[in-house]
Design a protein around this ligand. Structure first.
Ligand SMILES: [Zn+2]
Ligand SMILES: [Zn+2]
Ligand SMILES: [Zn+2]
Ligand SMILES: [Zn+2]
Length: 341
């Protein structure tokens, strides 16, 4: 069974920012909605605000404030300044003052780079990006865009605000910080998928991993294809040199071993042999549909009638040189970009 041979990894299924599959109406972080609404309102009103003037007029009633056991005096400590503009106080318990500043934080990062990348309240521990254990743990599961809030369930972003910021500038690649669980997941996939013997050279070292975020228009043909062709799916590692246009059968070389097609591999060593150390590797999601198993090159030179993909499981002992071939642009989408040292 193709579905057993090529199990669909749930981790790659989380590639759904901008995807029509994502049900953002069920976004559990409803506060995000409130944030967008309040901030839109505040921004309009706040246009004439003097820097340093808190945008929220009257302070919340005392009862809603957390008890402060460390200070004896009765007045609340001043709200910290927004980490993006350093001019206005933060909104509620966020690190920024407004939607515009969240966007600024996402695009330019914080003004003060000596501060913890998660809480932005305390300075980084020397040699680390966070202020301590708690923030280091939180950073591992943080939204890949703002990096200051937990990601939303199995998705890569925290909520609607970050999703709308991200989809404004798709296609977008977001560098995943080392130590983030998504970085570890991709790195583990690459290492586990490497089956070449040591005599073939050392396993390359990954230097950077990026998450690729695409817009709905780009993902829609893939989703439609997936629905049409069926649930049997696989991921594979493949090289793509035109990130902006994703894969394109029309520009694929006609001299491939199985004709004009998109060639990928489930073996990271095989995929790496396509791209080389100076190249970039894409971890992609591929809809295989009905798989035609072949046993040699040139056995088929185009998509065989009645099938959606071709798999050549070439193996020498444990050395896997799998080739997975699809003939439709809609069958494949990039998920992660891997750069080597
Ligand atoms: Zn005081
Ligand atoms: Zn601000
Ligand atoms: Zn911190
Ligand atoms: Zn976010």
């Amino acid at each position: 069974m193709a579905s057993e041979l090529y199990p669909y990894p749930a981790e790659l299924d989380s590639d759904d920012e901008g995807s029509i599959e994502y049900d953002w109406e069920n976004d559990s972080q409803i506060d995000d909605d409130g944030l967008s609404f309040d901030m839109d309102r505040l921004q309009i009103r706040g246009g004439s605000a003097v820097p340093g003037t808190p945008l929220s007029g009257t302070p919340p009633p005392r009862a809603t404030r957390p008890p402060n056991n460390t200070t004896a005096h009765l007045c609340a400590p001043p709200k910290p300044l927004c980490v993006a503009c350093k001019a206005r106080s933060v909104y509620k318990n966020y690190v920024t003052c407004s939607l515009a500043c969240i966007e600024k934080l996402c695009k330019d990062g914080p003004v003060d780079t000596t501060m913890c990348t998660y809480c932005h309240r305390r300075t980084k521990i020397t040699g680390k990006d966070q202020c301590g254990e708690t923030c280091a743990e939180n950073a591992k599961i943080a939204c890949l865009l703002c990096k200051v809030r937990p990601r939303n369930r199995r998705y890569h972003l925290c909520g609607k605000t970050c999703k709308s910021i991200a989809t404004k500038s798709t296609p977008l690649i977001l560098e995943i910080p080392k130590g983030h669980m998504t970085y570890d997941m991709v790195e583990t996939k690459f290492k586990k998928g490497w089956s070449a013997p040591a005599t073939r050279g050392p396993q390359p070292t990954i230097s950077k991993i990026y998450k690729i975020i695409e817009n709905d228009e780009f993902l829609r043909p893939y989703e439609l294809y997936r629905q049409r062709v069926g649930p049997k799916e696989s991921y594979s590692c493949g090289l793509c040199n035109i990130l902006k246009t994703s894969f394109n059968v029309d520009v694929a070389k006609g001299n491939g071993a199985f004709g004009k097609a998109i060639y990928t591999s489930t073996a990271s060593n095989k995929a790496f042999s396509f791209c080389g150390a100076a190249g970039a590797m894409l971890l992609t999601k591929v809809v295989l549909g009905k798989v035609k198993q072949v046993n040699g090159w040139n056995e088929v030179m185009s998509c065989p009638p009645g099938f959606d993909s071709v798999v050549f499981d070439r193996k020498f002992g444990t050395h896997n040189l799998n080739e997975t071939i699809v003939y439709s642009n809609d069958a494949i989408r990039p998920v992660f970009l891997i750069i080597f040292q």
